[in-house]
Design a protein around this ligand. Structure first.
Ligand SMILES: [Zn+2]
Length: 478
């Protein structure tokens, strides 16, 4: 059985299923030693070249002596706002640029929540470390040299475009499609050009709903086996890798995509300012492996008290990132805002890195009568009402207050003919009450009014007449 331990069911190749076994399957102490060595060099580089961190650490009362990786929690967090200020005070690359401008060889932009783009400069070495982490990540999902991968990630301006270098490194056949070009994705799959699709969970869900609709219109002669290849219009597709939003890790969403499209779903995750791909889920489907050993150090903290937490099975907290090898724009203790659950610290695949699943964004969390709720929990309940609903839903927030008084306003996307269905509203409200212990007020919204299916779905929205529907690209998390 060892030969299939870390592979997808249909993968018969002979290459090792771990890209860098000596690193990815090393004892945790080894990973720690690798990180500590890299941090020593990184700390020196930051001390010598970053005006931004020189001031920040002076203001925080950090002396001139070396702060070891084990004492990292003595250093202050870095926020998105601070990184933006660092750029503004010395454009175009800011006061945190630690190399000569000529050494900057690639520039990505991030889409901030305020709409002002932010700049991310990379040296050749930075690009290489991103490719290394990305290759471990995507290889872990089961994508190998023999895969044909259809991707809708643009080459730029967003960091998700770096995935193209990763696919080249793995040696896959690549089938690029422009972001948002749904018709070409559908054509590419139907024509049998790809066995693997990289997309947001929202888009994979859209494909599954579409396949179900096609099936209803012209039923397949084979009952009880899901929709057959020809009928569901996805050709040779056997594997979907989702990223950019937590959906692929939510059972109600994942199971539906897998069942309808006849595929295996694994997910990946990156953080725009840190690395576009940093976590990848292996075919055992037990959460995403940390794939940044030697390049990015990860801490887990309590989101309320900010105290460090042990990375152990069952722990729930916020991930904090420190780049260990970044040359152009190093980042120390960046709060990623994703609240994750540690699913385990070993795996049948042989990787020794911890596994995690995202519960939601810190900002999306709200509190109902003292209980923390993540909108993803609502998706799990709503998903059970298919095919009347599509599986997408979001919480409407009236203000910035974290504590919300029930009933909680929830918008649920429905398929045609269900936009005014009082029985469905009552059923969903009852299910949310029974499972999540709070009252809700459900509004049904037609697919055409909910926003683009091809992009990531915001799990909450501000209640304003013209709420922004600006989509974030996959791989970009704030
Ligand atoms: Zn694994």
């Amino acid at each position: 059985m060892a030969s299939t331990a870390g592979r997808l069911a249909e993968d018969t190749c002979e290459r090792d299923w771990i890209w860098e076994r000596e690193i990815e399957a090393a004892p945790w102490e080894e990973t720690r030693r690798l990180g500590a060595g890299a941090w020593e060099r990184q700390f020196r580089r930051i001390r010598e070249s970053s005006g931004f961190y020189a001031r920040k650490w002076r203001e925080a009362g950090i002396g001139s002596s070396f702060v070891s990786l084990g004492d990292l929690s003595q250093l202050p967090f870095t926020t998105k706002d601070e990184l933006r200020q660092a750029l503004d005070e010395s454009p175009p690359f800011g006061s945190n640029l630690c190399v000569a401008p000529e050494q900057v060889k690639r520039v990505y932009q991030t889409s901030g929540t305020t709409g002002t783009p932010s700049v991310l400069a990379l040296t050749r070495g930075d690009m290489e470390s991103w490719t290394t982490m990305g290759t471990r990540t995507y290889y872990a999902t089961g994508i190998h040299e023999h895969s044909s991968v259809l991707t809708t990630f643009g080459a730029g301006p967003f960091v998700a475009g770096h995935t193209h270098f990763v696919l080249l490194r793995i040696g896959t056949r690549s089938v690029p499609v422009a972001p948002g070009d749904t018709e070409r994705v559908v054509f590419g799959l139907k024509a049998g050009l790809a066995d693997t699709l990289l997309s947001t969970a929202s888009f994979a869900q859209y494909l599954a709903n579409r396949a179900e609709r096609l099936e209803k219109e012209s039923p397949s002669p084979l009952q009880g086996r899901g929709v057959e290849g020809e009928g569901r219009g996805t050709g040779n597709l056997t594997h979907v890798v989702t990223g950019g939003e937590p959906g692929g890790g939510i059972p109600a969403i994942r199971d539906h995509i897998q069942r309808v499209l006849g595929v295996t779903v694994t997910e990946v995750m990156g953080i725009g300012d840190v690395a576009p791909s940093l976590f990848g889920e292996c075919p055992h489907q037990q959460g995403m492996h940390y794939c940044g050993a030697g390049h990015v150090w990860v801490e887990l903290i309590d989101p309320d008290t900010h105290e460090p937490m042990d990375i152990e099975t069952g722990a729930v907290g916020e991930l904090v990132y420190t780049t260990l090898t970044r040359e152009a724009m190093p980042i120390v203790r960046f709060r990623g805002s994703d609240i994750v659950r540690i699913e385990g610290t070993s795996c049948e695949c042989g990787r020794t890195s911890f596994r995690q699943r995202v519960m939601g964004r810190r900002d999306d969390m709200f509190i109902v009568r003292g209980v923390n709720v993540y909108p993803a929990a609502i998706l799990s309940v709503v998903g059970e009402f298919r095919p009347r609903v599509t599986g997408r839903a979001r919480v409407v927030r009236k203000s910035d207050a974290t504590s919300i008084e029930p009933p909680i306003p929830v918008e649920v996307e429905v398929t045609e003919h269900h936009e005014s269905d009082p029985a469905l509203v009552a059923d969903i409200e009852n299910a949310i009450h029974a499972r999540l212990m709070f009252r809700s007020r459900v509004t049904l919204v037609l697919e055409s009014d909910f926003g683009e299916a091809g992009y990531k779905t915001n799990l909450s929205r501000k209640d304003s007449p013209h709420s922004p529907k600006t989509p974030l690209p996959p791989g970009e998390r704030g």
